[in-house]
Design a protein around this ligand. Structure first.
Ligand code: GSH
Length: 205
């Protein structure tokens, strides 16, 4: 059994881990955390992630405690033997894109989210443009990567799972339209379909 610490809302970082559980069918129990609780961090969760960020997991079978969504995806892929190739070259490609997301896409969108949430629209344009320009560049890189590939790196992998949940946020928060990136758009729509048809199948099963 794995304890999955999360906030109630399905933010992109949380969505990655929910998706991974859906893909791997691993038994897990959700532990909802209030990361901004007035009385401070819940002591049980504080042991799991002293920085108070979600997602985080504790694998009761192995004692492994993890935070950072990329590390969690990697661990769950290793545990199940799914969504991460064994062969070094293919595996390194997946890891490259997993870290690309963690180092670039996530931080820039989180900054934009922070300013939109806290500044009530008073974010200086130059700041918004800086993060947006970074994201525009990452979208171009992804669009190029997907030009001749069905998925980000070889077969469907944890790299797709890490990047996909941001596609909606790119449009909503950074005002970046996926229509300007035809290959990225095609990939996002394909995953929308793949994921929603699997959800429908499990409802019907
Ligand atoms: N790099 C982290 C980012 C996690 C993150 O930003 N989590 C947000 C929720 S989606 C959070 O816990 N925010 C609480 C806070 O910033 O205090 C990851 O990939 O897991």
């Amino acid at each position: 059994m794995i304890h999955f610490y999360r906030i109630l809302s399905e933010s992109p970082n949380i969505r990655k881990i929910s998706l991974m559980f859906e893909e791997t069918d691993l038994p897990h129990e959700i532990k909802t955390v209030d990361v901004h609780a007035d009385g401070g961090l819940d002591p049980e969760f504080g042991q799991v992630n002293p920085s108070g960020m979600v997602p985080a997991i504790v694998d009761l079978d192995t004692g492994v405690r993890l935070f950072e969504s990329g590390a969690i995806l990697f661990y769950l892929a290793e545990k199940t033997g799914k969504l991460l190739p064994k062969e070094t070259k293919a595996r390194s490609e997946v890891m490259k894109w997993l870290i690309f997301e963690a180092a670039n896409i996530c931080p820039n969108l989180i900054e934009i989210h922070h300013y939109l949430l806290n500044d009530e629209g008073d974010t200086p344009n130059a700041i918004f443009e800086r993060y947006k320009n970074n994201l525009v560049q990452y979208c171009s890189v992804l669009d190029q990567q997907l030009q001749h590939r069905e998925f980000i790196a070889g077969d469907y992998s944890i790299a797709d799972i890490a990047i996909y949940p941001w596609t909606v946020t790119l449009e909503d928060l950074a005002e970046i339209s996926l229509d300007d990136y035809p290959h990225l758009n095609r990939w996002a729509k394909m995953l929308d379909q793949q994921i929603s048809s699997r959800a429908n199948d499990s409802v019907l099963a």
